[in-house]
Design a protein around this ligand. Sequence first.
Ligand code: AMP
Length: 280
Amino acid sequence: MKTVHTLEDVRWITDDWRRAGETVAVVPTMGALHAGHMSLVEAARSWADRVIVWIFVNPKQFDNPDDLEKYPRHMDRDATMLARAGVDLLYAPRLEEVYPAGFSTRVSVAGVSEGLCGAGRPGHFDGVATVVTKIFTQTRPDRAYFGQKDFQQLQVVSRLVRDLDLGVEIIGCPTVREADGLALSSRNERLTEDERRKAPALYRALCRAAEALREGAHVAETLAEARLEIVSAGFASVEYLELRAENGLAPLDRLSEPARLLAAAHIGAVRLIDNVPVTP
Ligand code: AMP
């Protein structure tokens, strides 16, 4: 595996691949890799001739300076995991490689970025859409792999690619979980032992609510019960818990089409998100 830090090096390597007619997949990440990220790498590996993993803690998608500062960084360990997984290229750009001096462009996707995480984290999805545009223009992949764990992000990226004709096929991969159901996340590292024990309650409550909705339960009542369940299990607060259309994320007050239950909740100093499908 080659590791590079500049656009010039990426272009040099990927131009060769392209000349040889090889397909290229990119897996965008912020590092501190875990089995969730590695499942995207495996999926990319199984399809593409060449796999690029992008590692960059993108300051533009953090609405909270403390969260940015505390975000875990393990570049050496990440590089070892990726080399073992057969990745061709690790691109860990320097800040100025992504945002050169004077950078003044913002990519903003309306609609799907509104509400849910877009409400609680102002500017977050503009930061995501801007960096994903840069990832695609810098690496020029055929395909890009994203996790359904960040379901709203996946919708924002899919919309972005359609709207701007970016010519990248977006693949959404299932959420990888711990044995007790907790979705893997780089932020789980920041949970205390006690919080870690309580954290799976978020997924449990989502599953229980999804099951009730499938059986015809009233939406608002079911969501209220799930919120109560999460707080009773030791979470400090539930930021949102909503039923949205799987396709386009319109709010639903009845289970009239394939849907997702999405939630964000705070436990100690950590904000966790998760979602589950709900099919009528
Ligand atoms: P991040 O490094 O948190 O920005 O995540 C990079 C990519 O990995 C995103 O597309 C995430 O949706 C995906 N991802 C994060 N956690 C998981 C997980 N538990 N299962 C599957 N994909 C994940």
